[in-house]
Ligand binder design. Structure first.
Ligand code: NAD
Length: 366
């Protein structure tokens, strides 16, 4: 085995604890297995409200820094998502470095499951980008600490349609706040990313009579969704400059950034992607100044976690949908709270979530 000592200059300073996104994570676990090619990172941000639950993402990260930053940002987001949704869950997330299309094997998934199991339930996994319910079924073979498994195996099934319904509810609430009506009929909505959630959102929007344009990097999916729902495929070069009422980011995060924010034509942003604001404080504030209503991502995309939580708490589909529909009320509450207290919607949502965590911490310590 070869090892190498690097100088301080060659080593980037404070790669884990020093990252801004580290934000007091309780635990970060690096998982590696030579035989299956597994390279994964599990982030456990906070377990005050319960075990850290969050999906596993498999993605072709440019480098390990990007993967680490992603898992830290995502697991922190899960803490606030569960807190604001009223679930007794903490925040965690996992990333697997690699191409889900070519590198994901049953052996790799089971090895990953063994790492999840080694945490004894402090972290419970589920699916995220690059994962299917069948992958969670494989993980289930080696650990009980997994949700999002198929209905045949006793799970609540694919959470994506429920996530999409919650996003739809959040979008309607944001429209109500901006336009005085939550009817989306006739509204120009751009859905960026028409994967599991994006497609189901398109279905909800088309049913309501919205004018939907879709964008994706996968041409096959674009054609399939167009022919199924009769929507328009975006053919331009820069979606951010297009005239639209509502922008629904349903691909990856950080699409609201220094580059895009000044071009954005939408009056409402409501989508499924996690961590849409590249910088929560700066970009949240810029959106507010531009009069763009931002429905916080971690608030409106909670349908999926409500769905998988049902597997732990044994509640039924009707209860899942009732809780998800309530995202409408919470979004309106947050937008009004932000307005009255002169804060951004993201800050208002974070504050409400943090309050619940702080209260529980006090109870736990007393
Ligand atoms: N699945 C859920 O229940 C759930 C729950 C909460 C949050 N989310 C978040 O919602 C987003 C979508 O999740 P999903 O399950 O639909 O994932 P998915 O992998 O099924 O779909 C993502 C889609 O985005 C497309 N895409 C990737 N990069 C793109 C780009 N630059 N421009 C346009 N399209 C691009 C992909 O081709 C794919 O079709 C993710 O950010 C995920 O973390 C999902």
């Amino acid at each position: 085995m070869l090892t190498e000592v690097k100088t301080n200059k060659e080593l980037k300073a404070d790669p884990v604890f020093g990252q801004l996104s580290f934000d007091d994570h309780e635990q970060v676990v690096f998982c590696s297995d030579k035989d299956t090619g597994l390279k994964a990172i599990i982030g456990i941000h906070n377990t005050t409200l319960g075990p850290a639950l969050g999906g596993t993402r498999m993605w072709t990260y440019q480098n390990e820094w990007e993967a680490l930053n992603d898992v830290l940002r995502l697991s922190r987001g899960m803490t606030y998502k569960s807190a604001i949704t009223g679930l007794n869950l903490g925040g965690g997330k996992a990333v697997i470095i690699g191409d889900a299309k070519t590198q994901k094997t049953p052996e790799l998934m089971k090895k990953f499951g063994e790492y999840v199991h080694s945490l004894n339930g402090r972290y419970i996994t589920a699916e995220d980008v690059g994962m299917e319910t069948s992958d969670m079924d494989l993980v289930r073979e080696v650990t009980p600490y997994v949700t999002g498994i198929s209905e045949e195996k006793g799970g609540a099934g694919n959470p994506s349609p429920v996530t999409a319904y919650g996003v739809f509810m959040g979008m309607k609430a944001a429209a109500k706040y901006k336009y005085g009506t939550d009817l989306l009929e006739g509204k120009q909505v751009f859905v960026q990313g028409i994967g599991h959630v994006g497609e189901a959102l398109v279905e909800n929007l088309v049913e309501e009579g919205a004018i939907v344009t879709i964008a994706d990097i996968n041409q096959e999916r674009l054609e399939a969704v167009r022919s199924k729902y009769g929507v328009t495929i975006y053919e331009g070069n820069d979606i951010y400059t297009e005239k639209m009422d509502i922008y629904a980011p349903c691909a990856l995060g950080a699409t609201i950034n220094d580059d895009t924010i000044n071009k954005l034509q939408a009056k409402v942003i409501a989508g499924a992607a996690n961590n849409q604001l590249a910088n929560e404080v700066k970009h949240g504030q810029l959106l507010q100044e531009k009069g763009i209503v931002y429905a916080p991502d971690f608030l409106i995309n909670a349908g999926g976690i409500i769905n998988v939580y049902a597997e732990l708490e044994s509640y039924n589909k009707a209860e899942i949908m009732r809780k998800t529909e309530n995202i409408y009320n919470t979004t309106l509450e947050i937008l009004n709270h932000a307005d009255v207290n002169n804060m951004t919607s993201n800050q208002a949502a974070l504050a409400l979530a943090q309050k619940r965590i702080d209260t529980r911490k006090l109870e736990n310590n007393s």
